[in-house]
Design a protein around this ligand. Structure first.
Ligand SMILES: NC(=O)c1ccc[n+]([C@@H]2O[C@H](COP(=O)([O-])OP(=O)(O)OC[C@H]3O[C@@H](n4cnc5c(N)ncnc54)[C@H](OP(=O)(O)O)[C@@H]3O)[C@@H](O)[C@H]2O)c1
Length: 278
């Protein structure tokens, strides 16, 4: 049995191998590029093969020494993940679960399938990849890094499916840590606020005014600032990483005084309230 003080995990090292789901875009790609620059070999995972190939080429052009591979698979499909991950080497040092999707809208206007799809990818996707890699992670005393969200720690207008999936991921991660840490596997949780990425570009096309107003409470980070802060938290072995000093303070305050935070948020939302119009 191996316990580390405060469950801290050792730093990243050259020669380690990382699997990054959602590695073809946004935060996953930005983390993969940083891992490659640190001398880790990286396997990118996402559904779209062409995007994976261009992400791999993008990393190699930035880091000519990079060793990058990719696996096209839908993380929501547990058996497909098991089969596809068969080709991974026997030992694995880092699993980052960054694959994620977003559905924003009024609860009454969302369909039941929106809830299922978001849970399937954002929550069960992580469960599936962890199940498929755990023996490899145990062999190397590796670490799991789950990318949740500030929306996994608090409620956000318009994010009923997304908040549910990210709260599930947060609870799962915090419970799993107790089981895996004694077996030498680190479990880290990242809860970013909004940051620039294709996910947010798509959101901007349809988002409700209430959601836009509510999310303005937390500063939006650029992808480089976000990825640098995330790698620094991963490297520092932190259990909970909330990238960005201001975001960290605001989220901590929200969690300490939820009544006040909710009252302020409700007031901001009221100023732009439109509602589902049903
Ligand atoms: N952007 C934000 O403001 C924000 C804030 C907080 C937390 N987050 C979280 O951070 C993570 C990364 O977000 P991002 O903004 O970087 O997203 P992004 O740019 O939209 O990238 C999402 C990645 O996930 C992959 N993916 C989606 N569904 C998948 C599936 N079923 N199976 C395998 N791969 C799948 C996508 O590739 P394919 O589509 O080709 O599969 C893509 O590589 C997500 O978990 C997100 O919820 C984002």
């Amino acid at each position: 049995m191996k316990f580390t003080l405060f469950n801290r995990v050792a730093g990243l090292r050259a020669g380690q191998h990382a699997v990054v789901t959602g590695g073809s875009s946004g935060l996953g790609l930005a983390l993969a590029r940083r891992f490659a620059a640190r001398g880790l070999s990286v396997t990118l995972v996402a559904r779209t093969e062409t995007h994976l190939a261009s992400a791999a080429a993008d990393i190699v052009s930035a880091v000519p020494t990079a060793v990058i591979d990719y696996i096209p698979v839908d993380v929501a499909d547990g058996s497909a993940v098991e089969a596809a991950f068969d080709e991974l080497p026997a030992g694995l040092d880092v699993l980052v679960n960054s694959a994620g999707i977003l559905r924003e809208g009024y609860f009454e206007r969302l369909a039941a399938i929106d809830f299922r799809t978001v849970m399937d990818v954002n929550f069960f996707g992580a469960v599936n990849t962890i199940r498929a890699t755990l023996p490899r992670l145990k062999r190397r005393g590796g670490r799991i890094v789950n990318i949740a969200s500030v929306a996994g720690l608090t409620g956000v207008f318009g994010y009923t499916p997304y908040c549910a999936s990210k709260h599930a991921l947060v609870g799962f991660t915090d419970a799993l840590r107790f089981e895996l840490n004694p077996q030498g596997v680190g479990v880290q949780l990242v809860c970013p606020g909004e940051f620039d990425s294709p996910m947010v570009d798509a959101l901007e096309l349809t988002r409700t005014p209430e959601n836009r107003q509510h999310t303005l409470t937390i500063p939006k980070l650029g992808i480089d600032e976000l990825a640098d802060a995330t790698v620094s938290g991963i490297d520092g072995g932190h259990q909970l990483i909330i990238p960005g000093a201001k975001t960290n303070v605001l989220v901590t305050a929200q969690r300490l005084a939820p009544g006040i935070a909710n009252a302020i948020a409700q007031q901001r939302i009221a100023a732009v309230y439109r509602g589902p119009g049903l």
